[in-house]
Design a protein around this ligand. Structure first.
Ligand code: ARG
Length: 410
């Protein structure tokens, strides 16, 4: 039997290599690691996989693909789960699962294994994707069934097989980091009232220790996609990294939230989303001038559906494809620049411009040069208020109060 397994180099997936082999008739294990910008030593991870018993180990740079095929398509709809979480983990999983499926097929493997727990959302994202892309493959989730139910048992199992224990195993947190952000769970934070400990934060400076001044930056967009920083064209990966460094220095992008997981439980999540915070802010602002009112309102409603689809592991589904077509169409003229000012813990919009801006200074101005014909408003008010006036007259005629306040006797 041949099994391709998702491999991060952490304790769980390291223990999985010998466990999968031992429990599947000395199966051949192929480890797969995708670089989504987690900032880890990838050659060391590859060597570790081989030392731990994998027959082969693939390590691939997926950053560009992650940005082009997942991050930008989530930025364009403004996808923030429950209005807040920029979905970095949720976006990375379908890409990893897609590559796992492709590698499994290319290697003639029988199964794919992942290291997700039974309580999390990540199992959903891996498994829906694999079922959508390679339904013939068996899926294995050792963490849902193995006898190593405590961390101590896993460590003992690893020591018996001379698997080096990652230093991070000493930390009480479960951390998932990539280009778009970082998620930190467990430890003291499971108590909702406890403030996240200072050492929980992985990327961002504490805002109280950020530089005291401020900095201005201009992000350029083309058809909804960020393409430049301060006038210099940049590719997506470089742009995100640069914005991330900048935002981290100022302590921007810290999020502490309780969210609803797919499996029905609530969980406390601490996130760092430095670049995502700046880019969502700037993109949303640019849309305010480039989209007409009806499209903008409609899109805002759709953005919640889009975020749910991503969160719930449904990236590779017909509905996501349909919504993405709408979103892409809506972005055709979301081109222009947004200027931000950043200071300790804060990012604020200070300017926006676009060749497709629907803002008309002549119509908006209260100074000279006003092109708005104020006489038009009188007739408009008559018609706009007509329905309300009709309701009031009918109510009065029937001896009813004209407003709910009177009805409930407030
Ligand atoms: N709650 C987030 C999500 O479901 C983050 C999960 C992070 N995973 C982790 N192993 N720390 O997308």
């Amino acid at each position: 039997m041949k099994i391709v397994t998702a491999y991060s180099g952490g304790l769980d997936t390291s223990v999985m290599i010998p466990w999968l082999s031992e429990n599947n008739g000395a199966a051949e294990i192929i480890a797969y690691t995708g670089d989504l910008g987690q900032g880890e030593d990838l050659p060391a991870i590859k060597a570790k996989a081989l030392n731990t018993g994998a027959k082969k180990a693939f390590v691939e740079d997926l950053q560009q693909r992650f940005v082009d095929d997942f991050i930008w398509p989530a930025l364009k709809p403004g996808a923030l789960y429950e209005g807040t979480y920029p979905l970095h983990t949720a976006l990375g999983r379908p890409l990893l699962a897609q590559r796992l499926a492709e590698v499994a097929i290319a290697e003639g493997a029988d199964a794919i294994a992942h290291g997700c727990t039974a309580k999390g959302n990540d199992q959903v994202r891996f498994e829906v994707t694999i079922r959508a892309l390679a339904p013939q493959l068996k899926i294995m989730a050792p963490l849902r069934e193995w006898e190593l139910v405590t961390r101590e048992m896993e460590v003992a199992y690893a020591l018996e097989r001379k698997i080096p224990i990652p230093v991070t195993a000493a930390k009480p947190y479960s951390i998932d980091r990539n280009l778009w952000g970082c998620a930190i769970e467990c430890g003291e934070m499971e108590n909702l009232w406890a403030e996240p400990p200072a050492d929980a934060w992985q990327m961002t400076q504490d805002p109280t220790g950020a530089p005291s001044g401020s900095e201005e930056l201009t992000i350029g967009f083309e058809a909804g996609i960020p393409v430049s920083l301060n006038g210099t064209p940049m590719n997506g990966v470089a742009l995100i990294k640069e914005l991330s460094d900048l935002a981290c220095r100022y302590g921007i992008g810290r999020i502490d939230m309780v969210e609803n997981r797919v499996v029905g439980l609530k969980s406390r999540e601490v996130y760092e989303a430095p670049a995502a915070t700046l880019l969502h802010l700037a993109h949303t602002e640019l849309e305010r001038i480039c989209l007409d009112r009806a499209t903008s309102n409609y899109k805002r409603r759709m953005s919640q559906d889009f975020a749910n689809i991503i969160y719930e592991g449904l990236w590779f589904t017909p509905l996501r494809e349909c919504l993405a077509s709408f979103i892409d169409q809506s972005q055709a003229h979301v081109t222009g620049d947004v200027r931000l000012r950043i200071s300790a813990g804060l990012a604020q919009v200070t300017g926006r411009r676009s060749p497709f801006s629907l803002y008309d200074e002549g119509l908006a101005t209260y100074s000279h040069g006003d092109t708005f014909d104020r006489t038009m408003a009188t007739g408009f008010m008559e018609i706009y208020g007509l329905s309300a006036k009709t309701v009031a007259m009918v109510r009065r005629r029937n001896g009813l109060p004209t407003a709910a306040r009177e009805q409930v006797g407030i």
